[in-house]
Design a binder for this molecule. Structure first.
Ligand SMILES: *Cc1c(COP(=O)(O)O)cnc(C)c1O
Length: 411
């Protein structure tokens, strides 16, 4: 699996200046991914990618994506404030949260963000706490009408969104309150490698827009297809063909809006993973080897730095620097140092023989990686570094210190 643009020499030179573990992101890769997604929807009027802030909540990354034309999709007050600090405000900002507290609605209204409601019950609450917005969108949960996938689960078991009947009630209520601008949203899958799934979601939403528009006599200006585009975590996986996905969505769009007299809505997505996921690397050092019933390689990083393998059993490819082409003659459980047996980056992974002090690179951690870090067992979150297009390596978040860990304790 490719290390580019990080060759072994570059990573060694970064590791000589910054103690491992650390995350290293590739600016050019992230910009390229944002462009590829936008190119797939170049045919759509005013397509916008609202980058899902939770995937990689760092203002340096939000800013470079904003330069590519991306907005920000936020699901908490701190995420809204982070996007604001990165200069993303107004209708480049989208609030898609759930079980939403009043302060989020207030902040979203102050910032002029588009608001996507997770419940019909939230409409009156929003108006009471934050006033009547001009624009309202609802998150649709198709329930048994659609299958979900492993990460997000089956739609009818998912806490997100509103039912089909509630969409009709919700928009009617919003219209009656004086809302004049409408959007529709769904996010049904996560890490989905089949482009047919996004196309099916698009078709479902376009048909709903037609039906809702006709029944309620309202016009939809925005259809948001959500995020959830997968990335090839395993060497044998292929990336989603975004261009083919765009062609499929276009066919559904034309079928619903071409020559029907309906105003064609703008399209949006709120992807995180496909934009930043492949362009982040976790660099760690082999600390100890241990052999009992199995062979273990203990890294100086742990599940506190990357939760996905422990939480979802997710596969992340590993490279041993300097041994990229060496035969994988050993099998290791590659572990951290948490007192949790699921603190493993890989189980029974075939790797070249390892030695303490060697650098191991964990691939495809640019999204939902550092962001999911935690402090259990007194583990500290590590630094984030960004390889700039000009070759500079910039520290964009320092590592936590013991003082940070103690900062909230009332002694
Ligand atoms: C997590 C999330 C996203 C981004 O998902 P990816 O898998 O990173 O594309 C988008 N929208 C909502 C509402 C989410 O919760």
């Amino acid at each position: 699996m490719k290390l580019q643009p990080f060759d072994s020499d570059l990573i060694h030179s970064v590791a000589a200046q910054h103690p491992t573990p650390f995350y290293l992101y590739d600016e050019a890769g992230m910009r390229g991914a944002a462009r590829a997604l936008q190119a797939a929807f170049a045919w759509a009027p005013a397509f916008r990618e609202f980058f899902a802030v939770k995937a990689t909540p760092n203002p340096h990354i939000l800013r470079l994506l904003a330069e590519e034309g991306c907005g920000a999709d936020c699901s908490s007050l701190p995420e809204l404030l982070l996007a604001e600090r990165a200069g993303i405000v107004g209708e480049r900002l989208l609030l898609t949260s759930n079980n939403t507290p009043a302060e989020e609605f207030v902040a979203a209204r102050r910032l002029g963000a588009l608001i996507n409601l997770d419940a019909v019950e939230h409409l009156a609450y929003l108006v009471r706490h934050a006033g009547l917005p001009e624009f309202v969108s609802f998150r649709y949960n198709p329930g048994p009408l659609r299958e979900g996938n492993a990460i997000i689960g089956r739609p009818e078991e998912a806490k997100f969104g509103v039912t089909r009947a509630q969409l009709f009630e919700g928009y009617a209520a919003a219209r009656a309150m004086g809302v004049r601008r409408f959007g529709l949203h769904a996010m049904i899958v996560s890490n989905e490698l089949d482009p047919g799934s996004v196309i099916a979601t698009a078709r479902m939403l376009f048909e709903l827009v037609a039906e809702l528009s006709a029944r309620l006599e309202i016009t939809f200006e925005l259809v948001n297809l959500g995020g959830g585009i997968g990335i090839p975590y395993r060497p044998e996986d292929a990336p989603v063909d975004l261009a083919a996905m765009g062609v499929g969505v276009r066919a559904a769009y034309d079928a619903s809006f071409g020559g029907t007299g309906l105003t064609p809505p703008a399209l949006a997505m709120e992807c995180g993973r496909v934009i930043t996921g492949p362009h982040g690397y976790l660099v760690a050092t082999v600390r100890h080897l241990k052999t009992t019933y199995k062979q273990y390689a203990g890294l100086d990083a742990s599940m506190a730095n990357l939760m996905r393998p422990g939480m979802y059993g997710a596969y992340h490819h590993l490279s041993v620097l300097g041994k990229e082409h060496a035969p994988a003659t050993q099998r290791y459980d590659v572990t951290g140092s948490l007192c949790e047996n699921n603190d493993k980056f890989a189980i029974d992974r075939a790797l070249p023989p390892l030695a303490p002090g060697e650098l191991v690179v964990v691939h495809d951690v640019g999204a939902h990686g550092h962001a999911m870090g935690f402090n259990y067992n007194g583990k500290l979150r590590c630094a984030e570094l960004l390889l700039r297009e000009d070759g500079d390596v910039q520290l964009i978040r320092r590592a936590e210190t013991i003082d940070d860990y103690f900062a909230t304790i009332v002694w």
